[in-house]
Design a protein around this ligand. Structure first.
Ligand SMILES: [Zn+2]
Length: 258
């Protein structure tokens, strides 16, 4: 079986990670869609870092839910599998999806990278290691001091190479998706049509989500949408499941994996 799964904020919301939309997403009365921008970082990097550190903390304390577990089970039961997630948390990884079967199209919140050069540090900020992951161990003096700088709570971290401000390794509104990650999705799509495409917990308001879902499913065959609400993708789907992902996905995976 060849399977593509696309997930968005709705899947993590059920683990207590607030989405950007709605009242829950607001932080200190600020709109996250305005904080997660290069403009906000240029204006007030401390404010943006304070927000990201709180989000990191919340994610560290969250746990994968039944939707994450079900998708990981589907990955184990499938020869050709790719998960494309818009979520920058590590809950899919902690549920057991290996890095080579997952594309994190909006980046990784636990990565800290330079705002100017290519330097990046994949420290996990104390988050539990995903099973089987190769940990970045800051054992050497220089790496240890980078870890200490990047994971301290108060300061604005700076790049050890060029001294520019460091920033979270996520894709902000108005920024390009990583070419590398886009290529990984394209490679999978080029590999042939999927038997099943599941789109869960994303409002599919980004055009590329609809594009990938339709290409992978050959214009909708085997396309399952899991979302309590109607989305722009709904009219293309062959099956609509109007339930939260943590309720619907374990059942759908039971059906598919048997
Ligand atoms: Zn730099």
């Amino acid at each position: 079986m060849r399977v593509l799964v696309l997930t968005g904020a709705g899947v993590s919301a059920e683990s207590g990670i607030p989405t950007f939309r709605g009242k829950d997403g607001y932080w200190r009365n600020l709109d996250p869609t305005k904080l997660a921008t290069p403009e906000a970082f240029a204006r007030d990097p401390q404010l943006v870092w304070d927000w990201y550190r709180e989000r990191r903390e919340r994610i560290r304390n969250a746990r994968p839910n039944a939707a994450h577990e079900a998708i990981a089970r589907l990955a184990r039961a499938t020869d050709e599998f790719l998960l494309v997630t818009q979520n920058v948390d590590d809950l899919h990884a902690r549920a057991g999806i290996p890095a080579e079967r997952m594309v994190r199209i909006h980046g990784d919140i636990f990565v800290t990278r330079c705002s100017r050069c290519d330097f990046s540090y994949a420290g996990r900020g104390g988050s539990p290691e995903p099973p089987g992951a190769c940990a970045v161990q800051p054992t050497y003096g220089r790496l240890r001091s980078i870890a200490a700088t990047f994971e301290k709570d108060a300061d604005l971290p700076r790049c050890p190479e060029c001294h520019a401000l460091a920033r979270p390794g996520v894709v902000w509104f108005g920024e390009q998706l990583s070419r590398n990650e886009l290529e990984r999705v394209e490679d999978f799509l080029d590999g042939g049509a999927c038997d099943v495409v599941i789109v869960a917990g994303t409002t599919a308001t980004f055009g590329y989500i609809i594009d990938w879902a339709l290409r992978a499913s050959q214009d909708g065959a085997g396309l399952i949408e899991v979302n309590p609400e109607e989305t722009p993708l709904s009219r293309f789907a062959t099956r609509l499941v109007r339930e939260p992902a943590a309720i619907a996905l374990p059942r759908i995976v039971d059906e598919l994996a048997n």
